[in-house]
Design a protein around this ligand. Structure first.
Ligand SMILES: [Cu+2]
Length: 133
């Protein structure tokens, strides 16, 4: 009798899925394409408390920047790609994306809301938003 219960117990343990460790598939990724001084799409949707990989790909033959104070305030922000980050007294100010370059922001959105960002190169009138749901 005890042996049977033991076997059932063992079967239950074996049937329980292993711990769900964070994997790449749980990272939400989105790419903003930059062409002819336009961020596309104009709106990116991310989720609160879900790790995000946000990529900006510059298809133009000129520099662009991403200026996004709210985006840069995340304590777990990691920068990737071949951009040039610039720092001011308040921390990361902007990231310059070279022609044909790519930059990546990996972070976990800490709060919901609509956060706008822009390119501050002279004469560029480029702006778009990130909506965190
Ligand atoms: Cu620009």
């Amino acid at each position: 009798m005890n042996g049977t219960i033991g076997l059932i117990g063992l079967a239950l343990v074996l049937a329980t899925p292993a711990f769900a460790l964070p994997t790449e598939t749980e990272v939400e990724s989105a790419t903003v394409e930059i062409r002819s001084r336009v961020f596309s799409p104009q709106q990116i949707h991310l989720h609160h408390d879900r790790k995000a990989l946000l990529r900006f790909r510059n298809h133009d033959t000129e520099l662009h920047t991403v200026v996004a104070m709210d985006l840069f305030l995340h304590p777990d922000l990691n920068l990737g790609g071949n951009g040039a980050p610039e720092f001011g007294p308040d921390g990361l100010k902007r990231v310059i994306i070279p022609a044909e370059g790519v930059i990546e922001f990996e972070f976990t959105p800490a709060r919901t809301g609509t956060f706008s960002y822009l390119c501050d190169m002279p004469g560029h009138n480029m702006q778009a938003v990130i909506v965190v749901e």
